[in-house]
Design a protein around this ligand. Structure first.
Ligand SMILES: NC(=O)c1ccc[n+]([C@@H]2O[C@H](COP(=O)([O-])OP(=O)(O)OC[C@H]3O[C@@H](n4cnc5c(N)ncnc54)[C@H](OP(=O)(O)O)[C@@H]3O)[C@@H](O)[C@H]2O)c1
Length: 301
């Protein structure tokens, strides 16, 4: 395979994570970027970005992907089931590389896949993607752990920088790998810049790997404030999360996600449960102290 990816389509470029991936792809200046978007989408892109509209019919997807070297999916939960159709259209259009909408937990971990409702779908998508290798489509999956900067703004990983509240699980000493949005963007650019090195692999990245207690100390130091700490257990989060989710309460899913990042046996410490690819990808180092210092000052990381 020629070691060059030039024409890249991103799907979900306006999303929570997709916006950062899109920004990094454009900033790298290495690719000709197009955005695949639904007709009902309202996001406005810069005039030099080519917009490919699709209702996710086979015809519109294959048409959009003709002449493209790579497709990067950042589909969110609501559109994730369409990823199978997207992969099939990539094969038909002769796309060389597909990056699936992963970007989080260790989806090779059976305990994680069993806990989180839509991780089963991600596993199915990964199996379908792998089966397309014989049809000439190559792939690279990226596990980045929970998004740290996004997470402390939304409370995803048990810290809320706005309210200075922390929810600490199981004593807070278990370490987990976590990435800033910009590091995820760096990783996608690196994968597409090194297609041979990254071919048909599931790669793990981080900005840093730390425990909740280490993060709390860093956040208290950077914000100059004592945070209000609530202590709980991942076991309680799983029980409560399942009950809430069964009633259709989305906060249950957030509890299950926290249990998955912070609990034992979910493969969340990529430094010991997997192998980090930061070096192979040439990712910049991003440590906990400089990250929380930037966040406390409202600066970009
Ligand atoms: N590690 C973490 O902390 C973390 C956090 C959040 C998400 N994630 C993962 O990152 C990936 C992207 O998630 P996200 O939260 O960024 O996605 P999102 O913002 O919910 O959605 C991304 C895009 O999907 C497109 N889309 C296609 N069909 C859709 C439909 N039927 N309904 C709504 N949107 C649809 C939309 O783009 P258009 O409007 O342009 O069509 C939308 O902007 C997922 O795999 C998710 O699991 C990881």
């Amino acid at each position: 395979m020629a070691d060059i990816i030039k024409n890249v389509v991103i799907i979900g470029a306006s999303g929570n994570l997709g916006a950062s991936i899109f920004k990094a792809l454009v900033a790298s200046n290495r690719f000709t970027i197009s955005v695949l978007t639904r007709p009902e989408s309202t996001h406005i892109y810069a005039p030099d970005i080519k917009i490919l509209q699709s209702d996710y019919s086979e015809l519109s997807l294959v048409d959009a992907f003709h002449g493209q070297d790579a497709v990067v999916s950042a589909l969110g939960a609501a559109g994730l089931a369409d990823e199978i159709k997207v992969i099939d259209a990539c094969v038909k259009a002769g796309v060389k590389r597909f990056i699936p909408s992963e970007y989080g937990s260790n989806s090779k971990n059976a305990k994680a896949t069993a806990l989180i409702p839509f991780f089963g779908l991600k596993a199915q998508i990964n199996a379908h993607l792998k089966a397309q290798e014989v049809n000439g489509l190559t792939w690279t999956g990226i596990a980045a752990g929970p998004m740290f900067d996004w997470g402390v703004n939304t409370g995803l990983i048990g810290f809320n920088i706005h309210t200075k509240e922390a929810l600490i699980f199981d004593g807070g000493n278990r370490r987990f790998s976590t990435s800033n949005l910009s590091q995820l963007g760096n990783a996608v650019v690196a994968v597409l810049s090194k297609p041979t090195t990254t071919v048909n692999q599931y790669l793990y990245i981080d900005s840093f790997t730390a425990s909740q207690n280490e993060i709390l100390v860093a956040l208290e130091s950077a914000t100059g404030k004592k945070w209000a700490v609530t202590k709980s257990t991942t076991e309680a989060a799983v029980t409560e999360g399942r009950a809430l989710f069964a009633k259709g309460d989305f906060s249950g899913l957030l509890l299950l996600l926290k249990a998955n990042f912070l609990g034992e046996g979910y493969g969340s410490d990529f430094t010991k449960d997997a192998k980090l690819s930061n070096e192979i990808l040439g990712l910049p180092s991003q440590d906990l102290a400089s990250t929380v210092s930037a966040l406390a000052k409202g600066e970009a990381i």
